[in-house]
Design a binder for this molecule. Sequence first.
Ligand code: ADP
Ligand code: MG
Length: 317
Amino acid sequence: MEAVKNISLTINKGEIFGIIGHSGAGKSTLLRCVNLLERPTSGTVKVGEVELTRLSSTQLQKERRRIGMIFQHFNLLSMATVRDNIAFPLELAKLPRTAVKQRVDELLKLVGLEQHADKYPAQLSGGQKQRVGIARALANNPDVLLCDEATSALDPQTTNAILSLLMDINQKLGITILLITHEMHVIRAICDRVAVIDGGEIVEMGDVLDVFLKPQHSITKDFVSQIADSFDPRELIDTRSGRLIKINYVGEITYEPLLFNAVKSTSVQFTILQGTVSRMKNTPYGQLVIEFIGDDGEIDRVLDELRAKGLEVGDLK
Ligand SMILES: Nc1ncnc2c1ncn2[C@@H]1O[C@H](COP(=O)(O)OP(=O)(O)O)[C@@H](O)[C@H]1O
Ligand SMILES: [Mg+2]
């Protein structure tokens, strides 16, 4: 059986790229192919300028220091303190003792664990354990960070804190992040681009905004509905007398009084039947279902004005 197949994927330097899929879709296998913990039977893996699939095992071991990895269940050494867990990859890289200490101190500060350096993993919360995992993964200054369901074992609040830390690391250190998840809100919170994987194949890929606002594949629609309103406004079509219009918008216009301005010199009235105004990473967006009541021609002119402002407007069907 093939766990992943026909994968052709390019991650840009410095971006946060998410791969989303259901359990068993092949996410972990795909991620492990990036550092060759899993060696694909055919094809190539290139990180930066280096084709990993051509390297000897000694060369590969060295190149792997450029690729950090964190895990759902943290994979910490339970018999070692926080400090020693973080020092471990540095000792493997044969860094001198004083340099190890200095680097560990930097990393403890970066992830906010200065007060916990001498504790053991069992004395830490889940979020703190993942901070240790992140510090350890960053120890050798990698170019790439792989995250395998890094927040799936955490509560929502801790998840958000860890996601902010990852975004911070991406922005401050310029590290490229490739993460896998089965949760759409993780993608929405920090990813620039996303690929949807199902049955070991990528079924959809694009900018998070595009994929989120216009999902094409049924699997993608499932994931998007995880964070959408479960109420389907189309149920209202037969019960309302006005025109039901769907409106999408992205960017700073989200905060402008566009609807009010469009109707104010007309006799058209409107009611919001459903609405989401939120953010994707740093981009605000809105999705509304509006009932417009009034003369049809006048409503058309209102809709044209909204389109002219850059909103996507269409009848709800
Ligand atoms: N080394 C492997 N060789 C073949 N099949 C595998 C291997 N590892 C995992 N699988 C199978 O491949 C599928 C994808 O697994 P996995 O990548 O762990 O999925 P996910 O992380 O999306 O839950 C599963 O059906 C799993 O049983
Ligand atoms: Mg997995």
